[in-house]
Write a protein that binds this ligand. Structure first.
Ligand code: SF4
Length: 247
């Protein structure tokens, strides 16, 4: 019997890795400037340990960081470990986070997450992505945030801002967050990787905004290769006051 033709199938264009539009020197210069502007970028979500950061990131989906912080301050005072969160129970967790969007589902997730941590990891947050993503409500992006902030791993948590910048500038073009993540990890010099995701989020949130990028305030306007940019003179490179990047 004739063997059915195997699907080799992914079209050539899809298989092809989309390359950065920037040379290694240009990428290095972009991140050198980000590092001058924000030498110690930090996340904005408040937490007291790995578990509470994990919970805060889970709660931050489709919510503002300040809104999450307002709810979690009291929650984390009562429950800063999976065991205490379980003891508190879903209804009480729900009361604490009622001001956050999708709070019912999120309260369920926080309890399920705490149960899984107790059952599978002795109540500790694992320091490996493959293990983190087995937890309820934890996807690759959340895992990358925790690995970066708590465990100091040079991960790239691609959120909406980073996805936009990767594609708009052609720094790491990709159809999916995973492709953009892989592209950025390839092009960003290793010595800048630890803080790179904070820098990109902050750049996307405050300057290279979705609707109307503020190219006149952009410190990389001369390097940017987006055809739609409205300025190609870089803004003065001065250190800014510390501001959090949300993750
Ligand atoms: S020049 Fe404009 S489009 Fe380019 S990175 Fe800066 S803000 Fe974004």
């Amino acid at each position: 019997m004739a063997k059915p033709k195997e699907k080799t199938a992914a079209p050539r264009a899809r298989q092809k890795r989309r390359r950065s539009r920037y040379s290694a020197d240009e990428v290095r210069e972009i991140f050198r400037r980000f590092a001058v502007q924000r030498p110690e970028p930090k996340g904005e979500l408040e937490y007291v340990n790995a578990f509470t950061l994990l919970v805060a990131v889970v709660l931050s989906a489709q919510a503002t960081d300040s809104g999450v912080n307002r709810a979690t301050r009291a929650l984390f005072r009562e429950a800063d470990t999976p065991a205490k969160m379980l003891a508190l129970g879903e209804a009480k967790v729900g009361e604490h986070i009622r001001t956050i969007g999708l709070w019912r589902n999120k309260a369920k997730n926080v309890i399920a997450l705490s149960e899984a941590l107790m059952r599978d990891f002795d109540g500790e947050v694992p320091a490996e992505r493959d293990l983190l993503v087995t937890l309820p409500g934890v996807g690759r992006k959340t895992a990358n945030v925790v690995l970066n902030i708590v465990f100091g791993q040079p991960t790239m948590a691609v959120d909406t801002h980073i996805f936009r910048i990767g594609n708009r500038l052609g720094l790491a073009p990709g159809d999916t967050p995973e492709q953009v993540e892989a592209g950025l990890l390839r092009v960003i010099p290793p010595d800048y990787l630890q803080h790179a995701h904070h820098w990109l989020i902050l750049h996307g949130r405050y300057v290279c905004k979705a609707r109307r990028p503020d190219c006149e305030a952009c410190i990389i306007a001369d390097l940017c290769k987006w055809p739609g940019k409205t300025c190609d003179v870089p803004a003065p490179l001065v250190p800014l006051e510390a501001v959090g990047s949300s993750q």
